[in-house]
Design a protein around this ligand. Structure first.
Ligand SMILES: Nc1nc2c(c(=O)[nH]1)N[C@H]1C(S)=C(S)[C@@H](COP(=O)(O)O)O[C@H]1N2
Ligand SMILES: [Mo]
Length: 203
């Protein structure tokens, strides 16, 4: 499989024919972009926005919006898969690789908890947010990410169900063990691999 990262939005090559093998089991393809939020859309002014890496209540590293914008960003074209069964193909984003953020702290941890404005959280193994698999995205289709889709910035973890792509993300908490986030507490799967249909706990 080719890299999901396409610099300058260069389209990647696909076998002709199309979508076979691209849509996980139980999903349908949608052209729209549904909005799924568990609560109201927060509107944090950019001068107040920070992205922080925390551990055990301590902030290890924090970036303001201008500092964050100065980090090396990538254009990403990926398919996304929501647990409510819609998939959207070839979505285009720009964001900072999570690995570039995590390498700026000395501490290592096997799990992270994404935390957000509005209180949403979601848990991820650290190995799933490194190695070119996860970004903090701030543009969608070459425009600033709209607030309803998580702007100013959201997590983008396209290889897992889209509830792991936390909107309005404000940072990552390093954890030495796995813990359920918001939807995981309500019975969603701790990992959420769409190719293995890990929708709910026990799947
Ligand atoms: N902060 C926050 N992030 C969130 C959610 C949420 O309710 N709050 N919903 C999740 C779910 S269930 C999905 S499917 C996607 C939806 O993203 P979208 O509204 O941009 O389609 O965001 C995820 N991230
Ligand atoms: Mo979802």
């Amino acid at each position: 499989m080719s890299s999901p990262v396409s610099r300058g939005f260069r389209r990647r090559h696909r076998p002709s024919g199309g979508q076979e093998g691209r849509v996980p089991p139980g999903q349908y393809v949608t052209e729209g972009f549904p909005v799924l939020s568990a609560g109201p859309t927060p509107h944090t002014p950019l001068p107040e926005w920070t992205f922080s890496i925390r551990q055990a209540g301590n902030t290890l590293r924090s970036w303001t919006w201008p500092e964050f914008q100065a980090l090396p960003a990538e254009n990403i074209t990926v398919d996304i898969h929501c647990v409510t069964r819609w998939s959207k193909l070839d979505t285009g984003w720009r964001g900072v690789p999570v690995e570039a953020l995590l390498t700026q702290v000395e501490q290592k941890a096997p799990y992270v908890m994404a935390f957000c404005d509005g209180g949403y959280t979601t848990n991820l193994p650290a190995k799933d947010v490194t190695g070119g698999q996860a970004w903090v995205a701030f543009d969608y289709n070459s425009q600033p990410l709209p607030a309803e889709h998580g702007g100013p910035a959201r997590l983008l973890v396209p290889h897992l169900y889209f509830w792991k792509s936390a909107k309005w993300v404000r940072g990552l908490e390093l954890m030495d063990h796995d813990e359920p986030g918001f939807w995981e507490t309500y019975g969603y799967h701790m990992y959420g691999d769409p190719w293995r249909e890990q929708r709910y706990a026990g799947d």
